[in-house]
Write a protein that binds this ligand. Structure first.
Ligand SMILES: CC(C)C(=O)C(=O)O
Length: 521
């Protein structure tokens, strides 16, 4: 069954995808996505709307068909239409579209329960619609809604319908697993049964993902000889969604030998745009398009990748417009950190490398997400980290923060080996903290520096929630001291910067004192 015959991809992001609860594309967005799907990604056909939904939808279809006509691809624009006399077809005609995907009933249950018609009446209604469409110059594809159920519980009805309609002016028969009830074996069997019985008909398969089997079912249906597959970007769609375009393309290209026109390289960008327009976030672990799926977290893997791509497979990120990344965290180890540093063009001594690794692991242990953007700050922090040998050390502190009360701080400060206690309140936690320090400094008759600037920010790039950086500037005896601290917690980052400043001032005073005594000799 595996062959190189071409396979059509019909994307229905703008119709079934828009049936995702809470999603609505405006006409500008629909036009933008339509252009991307057809021109960039090069899917074969797109379904852009349901007929008679709203005036807005009508205007959107009009804009798309106008653009498609100018770009010679009007026959790739499809609109879902209903068996409602002439209403849907008139709507579609007026919108400028020239292909209807006519919704018929593919199971006896739906036919009886919803339309309350006999199979014979239904066939006649479809034939009438096909004739009317053809007279308007509209081509017809036929959806057999609930076909999967039909194949299970009323197969004779499915055969009756298809037997009666196979010689009508219908371009494609579209077989939906409307409720996503099928598994891979059934998908193969049912599609194969249709293929065998109607070898000449163009058959599309339309999967839903209720059991997370949409891609697997698509795979089976292709093996069974389908001519076309329906997808949506990011797997948007009714309930659990449709078959996600990215995974379907990956599977066809790597596991089936069917020729498709889709440009894999554009998958990621289209996926991101649809994410933005739909407001439906792509799960980080969504195959091919999720943020994490080309990120190696384990150090062993990063090490193996450096040794001849030992952990690479056919799904190379570059194929899909992505790049491989190496996560930083408690399991990442030196190899991951090295890979990230290489990307930043930083090389470190073995000793510093160990310290940086240790710091990343510490942050990972605190469940922090460390990214490549954090790395320069961690390196710089580690390089400045000689705090343990400094003469001034903050041994303990406690900070309070309560509604309606001023923050309160108590602190144990070691100055040249001696321990001092200070307590204070303040206008904010940091103010209270500094007041507690100054209460000790006042007791010791030390001079206070003057705070001139205080800035807290996340490292540039804004991608990480792991670290914040505090910059603090002080004026002491006419000299400016600027220090920085890095920590997941902003007050701790400020405290680290402050401790550095206190020690710099101490150093400054000691140097001055040394110079004075030298001068007095
Ligand atoms: C509306 C129909 C065609 C559908 O999306 C389905 O049956 O899944």
């Amino acid at each position: 069954m595996n062959d190189l015959r071409s396979l059509e991809i019909m994307d229905t992001t703008l119709r079934d995808g828009e049936q995702t609860s809470g999603v609505s594309f405006n006409s500008e967005e629909k036009l933008g996505v339509a252009k991307l799907l057809l021109q960039s990604l090069k899917v074969d056909r797109i379904e852009v709307a349901s007929a008679r939904v709203s005036e807005g939808e009508f205007q959107a279809v009009k804009r798309i068909t106008k653009w498609a006509e100018e770009n010679d691809c009007l026959d790739k624009i499809e609109v879902l239409g209903f068996i409602d006399g002439t209403a849907s077809l008139d709507w579609i005609h007026a919108s400028g579209a020239r292909v209807v995907n006519l919704l018929s009933k593919g199971s006896l249950k739906h036919l009886k329960g919803q339309l309350k018609k006999s199979p014979g009446q239904h066939v006649q209604d479809i034939k009438d619609a096909v004739t009317y469409a053809s007279n308007l110059g509209i081509k017809v594809n036929l959806y057999l809604e609930d076909w999967s159920n039909g194949m299970i519980s009323s197969r004779d009805y499915v055969w009756y319908l298809m037997d009666e309609l196979q010689h009508e002016n219908i371009q494609r028969f579209m077989l939906p697993d409307t409720l996503g009830i099928l598994n891979q074996v059934q998908s193969f069997d049912f599609c194969y049964a249709c293929r065998e019985r109607y070898p000449k008909l163009h058959l599309d398969f339309h999967a839903h993902n209720d059991y997370d089997l949409a891609v697997a079912n698509v795979y089976s249906s292709i093996l069974a000889g389908m001519n076309g597959i329906h997808t949506t970007v990011n797997g948007l769609g009714e309930r659990a969604g449709n078959a996600p375009l990215a995974s379907v393309i990956g599977v066809i290209n790597d596991h089936l030998s069917r020729k498709i026109n889709v440009d894999e390289n554009k998958i990621n960008i289209v996926s991101k745009i649809v994410e933005t327009f739909s407001g439906i976030r792509i799960p980080r672990n969504k195959p091919l398009v999720g943020e994490n799926v080309f990120t190696q977290t384990c150090g062993v893997h990063a090490d193996g990748d450096s040794k001849d791509g030992l952990y690479f497979n056919r799904l190379m990120p570059e194929r899909f417009g992505r790049e491989r990344k190496y996560a930083l965290g408690k399991t990442s180890g030196k190899a991951n950190i090295k890979k990230n540093l290489e990307e930043l063009g930083i090389t470190l001594e073995e000793e510093t490398m160990k310290l940086v690794t240790q710091r990343v692991i510490e942050l990972g242990d605190k469940k922090e997400v460390v990214t490549i953007d954090d790395l320069p700050y961690i390196v710089s922090d580690v390089l400045n980290q000689t705090m343990d040998e400094m003469p001034i050390q903050i041994k303990h502190y406690s900070l309070s923060l309560s509604k309606g009360m001023r923050p309160f701080v108590s602190i144990n400060l070691e100055v040249n080996g001696k321990m001092y206690e200070g307590t204070s309140s303040g206008d904010g936690q940091y103010d209270a903290f500094m007041n507690a320090i100054w209460s000790i400094y006042d007791k010791l008759g030390r001079n206070r520096p003057i705070l001139t600037d205080y800035l807290v920010r996340i490292p540039p790039g804004g991608k990480s929630d792991a670290l914040v950086e505090a910059f603090i500037a002080w004026n002491y005896k006419g000299k400016e001291f600027k220090t920085r601290g890095l920590d997941p917690d902003q007050i701790e980052a400020a405290i680290k910067a402050t401790l550095r400043m206190l020690n710099l001032i101490e150093q400054h005073d000691n140097v001055l004192a040394g110079q004075l005594s030298d001068n007095n000799k």
